[in-house]
Design a protein around this ligand. Structure first.
Ligand code: CMC
Length: 428
């Protein structure tokens, strides 16, 4: 017999169906709550609220499990390429060789951005944060492809926009960096794979040969896979809600990029490395900084610690921590920040404050050390997160539109003044 939830209000009992996901997650379906009872639910920060059903990503925060379309993140990070994972997230299955070739060819074909867009870059100050530039540039793409303004075109037209976005984001990201250094833009090199091409556009110079250690390309591939989707987080929910208004995909993804920028979300990776540098420059007294993080009168938080859904460990952090050791060793980098990070982790994990609140290192804690080791400047860390998250955002947008979800429109409980009469200014 199917499970039923009962709510008693004003002496009347109302029944609501319980729905169960394929991983046995349960939800009380309150779609008819207001209509039947006149009440709404209140859940700031959506800590207990399922905004949708989704077949893309499963995560179990208690057990530290993360799967994309049923495949464990550990296996994908070890064996797959980022482009394969992007295909998996967006289209639901791992591609056959033919499907992969077609997908890759299509993306390769669209890596160039319109020459006119170069002028936009040049208009930004050199100090512009690359996330601000990226969000604007992605939204600007909509002005070059006016046919994309209608998100409900044929599947073929939708795919073209999807492929364009995946193809052009690395170009826009690398150019945002080149612009900040006032170095010449490097045009995409289509014989390189996705990750190598990005590194080429970031680091190559017209006057020099370009060589990149395969260890660096592999590290980037792994990092992008680990960031590729994370179910209904802040930026993904933003993408779904903006997309639900039928805004075009470029505008929708641009909104996701802006949401990701915040230091409590993707912006944490930049904050982590800045925090580790601060601790290092301050003499490396980890205990002092842990005490600051625990002090309620001090606004300092241990960046890269804690997560809304992971309450045991973040499986991505576990993979990244190991990758970090391997990569630093292979590249022969001896970063003092790694020692501080490890000490900080150890002190925090043994501390009652962190234990009681289930605060563990998250994906951002070690990723910055890898990015730093492979030469990515700190301000670009969140851009790297956006590059990784793009297929997840697209997959979630595609699912939302295909399921014909209604426009997102939460309700509220009003707590303001009830009724006031206008008072002329001279009498206030
Ligand atoms: N350092 C010190 N105390 C913390 C921290 C931290 N990093 N994170 C949470 N707390 C405390 C918080 O003060 C609160 O204590 P109390 O119950 O005494 O008031 C308790 O733990 C619960 O915190 P919360 O802010 O209510 O938890 P949340 O689920 O709303 O926030 C979070 C989750 C990730 C925003 C938060 O843990 C945080 O700010 N972490 C640092 C920023 C960070 O690393 N963000 C990256 C998240 S992973 C990447 C991504 O996918 O976005």
């Amino acid at each position: 017999m199917s499970e039923i939830a009962k709510i008693e209000l004003g002496g009347k009992v109302f029944e609501f169906p319980v729905i169960t996901g394929t991983e046995n997650e349960k939800a009380i379906d309150i779609s008819n709550l207001r209509q039947d009872t006149g009440y709404i639910t209140l859940d700031t920060g959506y800590k207990n609220t399922g905004a949708t059903t989704s077949a893309i990503t499963f995560l179990d925060g208690e057990e530290g499990i993360l799967k994309y379309r049923g495949y464990g993140i550990e296996e994908l990070a070890e064996k797959a390429t980022f482009i394969e994972v992007a295909y998996l997230l967006i289209y639901g299955n791992l591609p056959t060789q033919d499907q992969l070739n077609q997908f890759r060819d299509s993306i390769t074909k669209h890596t160039l951005v319109h020459e006119d867009m170069k002028q936009f870059f040049e208009a930004y100050p050199a100090k512009a944060h690359p996330m601000g530039v990226l969000a604007s540039m992605v939204c600007s793409l909509s002005t070059f492809y006016p046919e994309s303004l209608d998100p409900h075109r044929s599947a073929e037209a939708k795919n073209l926009t999807i492929h364009r976005l995946i193809a052009k984001l690395p170009t826009l990201a690398a150019w945002a960096y080149k612009n900040s250094t006032r170095h010449p833009f490097m045009y995409p090199k289509n014989e390189f794979d996705y990750c190598k091409n990005f590194l080429y556009m970031m680091f190559a110079m017209p006057t020099e040969d370009f060589n990149v250690d395969p260890v660096v390309v592999d590290a980037l591939n792994k990092l992008l896979i680990l960031h590729a989707d994370h179910e209904q987080n802040c930026s993904t929910s933003t993408v779904r809600i903006v997309g639900s208004s039928q805004a075009n995909l470029y505008a929708t993804i641009s909104a996701g990029i802006s949401a990701l920028w915040g230091p409590l979300h993707g912006g944490a990776n930049q904050e982590v490395i800045e925090m580790l540098e601060k601790i290092h420059n301050d003499g490396g007294d980890v205990d002092k900084w842990v005490a600051k993080a625990k002090d309620k009168d001090d606004s300092f938080r241990l960046m890269g610690f804690g997560h809304r859904v992971y309450k045991n460990f973040d499986p991505r952090a576990k993979i990244i921590k190991k990758a970090c050791d391997d990569i630093l060793e292979k590249l022969g980098v001896n970063d003092p920040l790694l020692a501080i990070a490890k000490r900080l982790e150890q002190v925090a994990l043994e501390d009652e404050y962190f234990k009681a609140r289930n605060l563990y290192p998250n994906v951002d804690f070690y990723s910055g050390i890898i990015y730093k080791a492979i030469g990515i400047p700190t301000e670009m860390f969140t851009v790297m997160f956006a590059l990784g998250r793009l297929p997840g955002w697209i997959a979630q947008w595609k699912e939302m539109t295909e399921n014909k979800e209604p426009i997102g429109r939460p309700r509220q409980i009003y707590t303001g003044e009830v009724l006031r009469t206008y008072v002329p200014i001279e009498k206030r």
